[in-house]
Design a protein around this ligand. Sequence first.
Ligand code: GDP
Length: 329
Amino acid sequence: MRSSRRDADVPALVEAARGGSARAVARLVSMVEDGHPGLREVAAGLAPHTGRAYVVGLTGSPGVGKSTSTNALVSALRRRERRVGVLAVDPSSPFSGGALLGDRIRMEEHATDPGVFIRSIASRGQLGGLSFGTPQAIRVLDGAGCDVILVETVGVGQAEIEIASLADTTIVLLAPGMGDGIQAAKAGILEIADVYVVNKADRDGADTTVRDLQGMLGLAGRYGVDPDDRWRPPIVKTIASRGEGADDVLAAIDAHREWLEKTGGLRDRRRARAAREVEAIAIAELRARIGGLHGGSTPDSLADQVLDGELDPYSAADRLLRESARETH
Ligand code: GDP
């Protein structure tokens, strides 16, 4: 059952999360996932303490090694004494992923580390999915003092591309022998990468995958910032299952971050992210209002009149919008 606003002592939770309480972080992420009425207060409480974390998105087809790579990156970041947040996003699931994914055995070695927060979030379709919940969950981890937040998509499809709009640096993972290059190209995933990782470099075909990728991108071995100051996504080979190459991935992320900061791109990306976040919240609110959550007509209550020709659908929509506008005054 959904908890009421009174159930959550939001200022205390925000304070506890800022102090590094994993339980408070977990609770706040659950509130995001549930679309809890106290979210407004959570966001207000967190706002002065956010904007520090660097957000890295990890995407790629199932089985390429996203979870294993996330795990290896967390270890490498912890060696650098960074506080790390991991957000596993399952955009295809309407169910709460908290229990299912949060307990993932792979991440067990980090589960008791107070410098690592691991949460998973399932998107709720009616609230605008990924664009509603994920930025807010990122805020929670940011406010809790994470230096780096790794956002890993669990599902496939459009959501993988959406993840790029949420991240400061997007990593696209490929693996040899899975036809991934071609699959990824089809899904439009190749264009979103700031860094390519060819994982499973212990397997035959890794160099072929790198060459295919280079061919497809016309990179011809030129990585990093080119003479025109444009970013050329580097290709990094890793063996995530042995933690090999994780430091090279971090170096590629650092180089991309440096370039973003130098060119003003970081601010641009974050501004675009904030704009989408505001839009998603506004749309969710509007949907709640026209859906009758705050009283008044609903699409269902007007449907009979539309069906019987007493009201045309545009006039019905106008009525919903008029009534929802009255709510704000
Ligand atoms: P995900 O679905 O993208 O999250 O992929 P997983 O991280 O679950 O990895 C899928 C499988 O590939 C698992 O059995 C991993 O142990 C294995 N795997 C991950 N990285 C490597 C690697 O570098 N080399 C090899 N040989 N296997 C790997």
